[in-house]
Design a protein around this ligand. Structure first.
Ligand SMILES: C[S@@+](CC[C@H](N)C(=O)[O-])C[C@H]1O[C@@H](n2cnc3c(N)ncnc32)[C@H](O)[C@@H]1O
Length: 277
């Protein structure tokens, strides 16, 4: 007897729920849609799964049940851009889209902007910005060898320049000092002792944790951003939601102007923006 996608999804969602996956039905639908080559909404019209599709779906459910991040299995969508991610690179989070949205607005009147993404990981920020501003020159800086493999894979076809280097070091992109229109960053910022979910534990620790107080990378990184920016250039950086006071205070004390804290729809402190001069 032929099985239907609805039956498979119901059974798969049950398995995910038994494995403690937080959103079992949505995940099962997304995995089914991936196998069927359609969207979640399109599943209802998709032809019944053949034997290969049933097997493939079962494999994906088993992987997700063992808490393999969903994005490793179906890719990560970020502001309309598809990114490949897997072991060794940080999975981009939807909340980081807010930072890119802000940058797109802040640079709306700047023709051919030069933008640097420090701590680029998969390239989410750099690539999404470039996709929405085809006239921009975008440079992505990353230090980690494993992350660089994913970054080059994602950024290469989209015209984003990838630079291997320490985002906090004065020599990294020294040739651009004083010329950059905007520096964007989502650095590692979680305080070391923070308890995190099984999915976050799959992210490389060096991508997530920022030392005892979470500020080990942020402290030197904002200084490097200052060096790169032209007068009037803008800086936007994501931070831990417990740092809604600490990070803006750090920037103000260092001499940044127009320091502003931004919250998400749930009211959590998410990112800070500031200006040079
Ligand atoms: C939280 S992840 C963010 C990745 C990506 N920007 C995003 O939003 O999805 C932080 C990234 O910073 C990289 N990183 C950490 N320290 C760095 C440094 N000093 N220089 C360059 N990259 C660094 C990590 O390897 C990781 O890929």
């Amino acid at each position: 007897m032929t099985t239907t996608w609805r039956e498979l999804v119901t059974k798969g969602a049950g398995e995910l729920a038994a494995g403690g996956v937080p959103s079992p039905l949505v995940d099962a639908e997304l995995l089914a849609a991936h196998v069927a080559g359609t969207s979640r909404g399109g599943l209802i019209l998709a032809p019944s799964p053949d034997e290969d599709a049933v097997t493939r779906f079962g494999e994906l459910i088993a992987l997700r049940r063992s808490r393999t991040p969903l994005q490793y299995l179906i890719g990560a969508g970020f502001l309309g851009v598809d990114l490949q991610v897997g072991p060794g690179v940080f999975v981009p989070r939807p909340e980081t889209e807010l930072l890119v949205d802000w940058a797109l607005g802040a640079l709306r009147e700047t023709p051919k902007p030069l933008v640097v993404d420090l701590c680029s990981g998969s390239g989410a920020i750099a690539i999404a910005f470039a996709a929405h501003r085809p006239d921009a020159t975008v440079v992505a800086v990353e230090t980690d060898a494993e992350a660089l493999v994913w970054l080059r894979r994602n950024a290469g076809p989209r015209g984003v320049r990838v630079v291997e280097g320490d985002a906090t070091a004065a020599e990294t992109l020294a040739e651009l000092d004083g010329t950059v229109d905007a520096v964007l960053s989502n650095p590692p910022y979680v305080p070391d002792a923070t308890a995190v979910s099984p999915e976050v534990r799959r992210d490389p620790a060096r991508a997530v944790f920022g030392g005892a107080d979470g500020l080990d990378v942020i402290r030197p990184l904002h200084r490097r951003a200052w060096g790169l920016l032209r007068e009037g250039g803008r800086f936007g950086m994501e931070h831990d939601d417990t740092h809604g006071y600490v990070v803006p205070a750090l920037l103000k004390e260092a001499g940044w102007g127009a320091v502003e804290e931004h919250r998400d729809l749930a009211g959590r402190a998410r990112f800070v923006t500031a200006g040079k001069g």
